[in-house]
Design a protein around this ligand. Sequence first.
Ligand SMILES: Cc1cc2nc3c(=O)[nH]c(=O)nc-3n(C[C@H](O)[C@H](O)[C@H](O)COP(=O)(O)OP(=O)(O)OC[C@H]3O[C@@H](n4cnc5c(N)ncnc54)[C@H](O)[C@@H]3O)c2cc1C
Length: 411
Amino acid sequence: MHIAGNPSHLTVQQRELIDLAAALGRQRFAPRAAAHDRDASFPFENYQDLRAAGLLAICVPREHGGLGADFATYVMVAAEIGRHCGATALSYNMHVSSTMWAGFVADALDMTREQRADHEHLRAIHFERIVHHGKVYSQPFSEGGAAAAGKAPWGTLARPVDGGYVVSGKKIFASLAGAADYYGVLCTLDKPGATQRDTLYLAVPADAPGVSVVGEWDPLGMRGTVSRTLMLDEVLVPPTARLMPEGLYWQAAARYPHMFATLSPTYMGIAQAAYDFTVAYLRSEVPGMPPVKRRMYPTKQAAVAEMRIKLEQTRALFLHNARDARIDPDQDTRMRLYAAHYTIMENANDIARLAIRTCGGQGMLKSLPLERLYRDSRCGSLMLPWTAELCVDHLGRESLYEAGERDEAIE
Ligand SMILES: Cc1cc2nc3c(=O)[nH]c(=O)nc-3n(C[C@H](O)[C@H](O)[C@H](O)COP(=O)(O)OP(=O)(O)OC[C@H]3O[C@@H](n4cnc5c(N)ncnc54)[C@H](O)[C@@H]3O)c2cc1C
């Protein structure tokens, strides 16, 4: 089954890149996934494969030597990777997002002529590192306070000094901690009265003095992301560390909300994998399992039907959302985006739950991938800024209130 449903609707580039991701996923990532999950270790070999295949530069614009993939192409490729290794797809998203923010998102923003020239100069440096030197970027934004939900300025501060910025702060759940070459952190420009509009997006070199990775990483799922805590202690970075001109991230986040939905393709892939496994299991096609078919029982058939219905509902919203991505989506598109993101995250876990119930006791043994899919699928709807709860908050409020509308005070 194709991750994008009917592949005849795809462009040539989309088909080729998804096929490439499928080959890497099946032959390389899936066989390594259990060990990285067991050890909570980072899949460096998978990144070597992504690098060799040119996929680290998937969204780097063509004029900078990348593959120039658009949003829709990227999310389908990411979902195919997630089908074979969820943790790799999730951390890959952190890397690729860095190139999307600096790439086609930045292209769509309003900038002065000076800002545009500055950005062109700086992003050429970042893209060159990725395209020619295979460098990996991550995006540790979360801090454990209200900033990741978009409710407060970032606690990590960047103090302008001669020669750049001095950055201090703490980032939690920093996927690729210890594995990325550059940490793309969001910080607040250190000045009196700074607000969220003063957010600065800086690529901090992993080997800069003052950068350290601390704490344990022993979570329920997505163990191969190695999302440990990143400490930044008076780290001096040059002005060229900027991934966007000062103040531009705020505009990007407000005007390009689809970027926050780039977390969900991973979970589309996990949902597909749970379905794939269940069909193979009931048909007795899982390698290493005794040749016992279970497909003839009507209850199994009904369960698979229920899973397929949920999977197709999820895919339909996923694809719709992929096509809708643009600057300044209208209110209706934004609402569908929340609904799509919520549905993918929640359905992935529900489909994995149904898979375990349907395949039964042997199906959830650690020797098989299903229990990992189940644990990984649980992590999606916890991710800020659009947790399942916050999607519901947005949908409810924005369905009932137009922008700026308020109620009269009730006596
Ligand atoms: C496997 C994994 C990898 C991750 N990788 C990264 C990464 O690379 N980069 C990164 O930046 N982050 C990453 N995260 C972090 C993630 O995006 C969240 O920031 C993190 O899970 C939040 O955890 P918390 O307990 O601090 O949430 P809290 O802020 O304590 O929130 C707990 C819950 O309360 C609700 N809530 C929070 N704020 C509000 C509000 N203002 N209004 C209403 N409800 C609210 C939300 O539903 C949320 O789930 C990762 C998380 C996981 C699980």
